[in-house]
Design a protein around this ligand. Structure first.
Ligand code: 4NP
Length: 160
């Protein structure tokens, strides 16, 4: 069988948005029978939380929708841009930070804003929920559930 498609989600801390994206996407590909064809990880542009489980507020909100978040945070590296087929970032600051690794712009087309794949929401970024209330975590999950369906459709056509 061909090598799996490699998908990386990136946010700032890798303890809220991107591990939740990883959990939502993993659940979706398992439900749709793509678990052996798509490999998913997440990382943060910052390294302060490296080694930690996702934020408890994010884990609880995700658990309430049936997602188990158990990844450990790590900081993104320059090699990620060559190692992954698609790198989806949560906001424009993440996009700027990742593009600063890619001075020759050779990986431009594989670094994309996650919300480009949303169809039911108008937001263009997944807002950072870290300093806000519970509603922020619910909005993150709403956006992720919407966009992950679009991401799967995109990858399916890339694999076809
Ligand atoms: P994330 O949220 O980027 O979605 O993981 C954040 C987590 C931690 C911090 C900021 C955002 N922080 O400043 O520690």
């Amino acid at each position: 069988m061909a090598a799996p498609f490699r998908l990386l989600f990136v946010c700032l801390g890798n303890i809220c948005r991107s591990p939740a994206a990883e959990g939502v996407m993993r659940s979706l590909i398992e439900a749709k029978g793509f678990a052996d064809r798509i490999s998913i990880r997440s990382a943060g542009t910052g390294g302060w939380h490296a080694g930690k489980l996702p934020d408890q507020r994010m884990r609880t909100a995700a658990q309430n929708r049936g997602y188990d978040l158990s990844s450990r945070a790590r900081q993104v590296t320059e090699n990620d841009l060559s190692d992954y087929d698609l790198v989806l970032v949560m906001d424009r600051q993440n996009l700027r930070d990742l593009k600063s690794f890619d001075r020759a712009s050779q990986f431009d087309s594989k670094i994309r804003l996650f919300c480009d794949f949303c169809t039911d929401h108008q937001e263009t970024e997944v807002p950072d929920p870290y300093y806000g209330g519970e509603q922020g975590f619910e909005l993150v999950l709403d956006l992720l559930e919407d966009g992950c369906r679009g991401v799967l459709a995109h990858i399916r056509s890339a694999l076809a």
